[in-house]
Design a protein around this ligand. Structure first.
Ligand code: ZN
Length: 217
């Protein structure tokens, strides 16, 4: 199977996610595009790092990719025509930051099982409902599965149980296999990793329950 390149809009978010993973932080990247489709801010998770560019967070539980991108927007502006691409569905914190930033549209590659039900938040009404960013996602199966794979790679390296909470068992198996590939985390570009993983990323059935194939032999 020939692996396509990452879709243009997702290249930079995934490069940032890969950079975060290699630096020891959770592999999530975010890119904000203006109304003309030009990138105006980027951010990545830096929760496990001690440094960040000026105006961004590192070393705290709230050093999220979306926060680090949105923090670069000057206050007082209106950004309803801006789009935020993020590799994982925004959490409650980042959804609140989207409201405060007046960014109108967010696209995410993979759902975040940790925040199941977050789509019900606008049901509280008021400003939350009125300014809740339009959410679009998850992306097509290979991208969603790739994001889940990166999250599982992180979980296996950094959580005591060594088990991911993304995707399903086959995603965890694929991540386990990837970690046996010598030097996998030294690969500088996420495009290479995506090409390697692509043959193993697909949707199994109409329910879309399983996002990745059985583990590599
Ligand atoms: Zn977040």
């Amino acid at each position: 199977m020939t692996a396509p390149a990452l879709p243009a809009s997702w290249r930079l978010p995934f490069e940032l996610a890969w950079e975060a993973l290699r630096a020891g932080s959770r592999p999530i990247g975010a890119v904000l595009l203006d109304g003309a489709g030009r990138p105006v801010a980027t951010g990545r998770n830096r929760s496990q790092e001690s440094t960040a560019p000026p105006g961004q967070l590192a070393g705290t539980a709230i050093a999220h990719a979306e926060i680090n991108a949105l923090a670069q927007l000057p206050a007082g502006g209106r950004y309803e025509n801006h789009r935020l691409y993020t590799t994982l569905e925004p959490c409650l914190l980042c959804s609140g930051a989207l409201i405060h930033s007046h960014v109108g549209h967010v696209l995410y590659a993979a759902p975040d099982p940790y925040w199941t039900g977050i789509e019900n938040v606008p049901g509280v009404g008021g400003q939350i409902a009125g300014r809740w960013a339009r959410r679009e996602g998850p992306a097509a199966a290979p991208l969603a599965a790739f994001s889940a794979l990166l999250m599982n790679l992180w979980a296996m390296r950094h959580t005591p149980a060594g088990l991911g909470n993304q995707g399903d068992d086959s995603s965890a198996s694929l991540a386990r296999h990837c970690l046996t590939v010598d030097g996998i985390l030294d690969v500088p570009s996420v495009a290479t990793v995506y090409r390697l993983a692509f043959p193993h990323l697909h949707r199994r059935g109409p329910e879309g329950k399983s996002l990745v194939s059985p583990p590599l032999p």
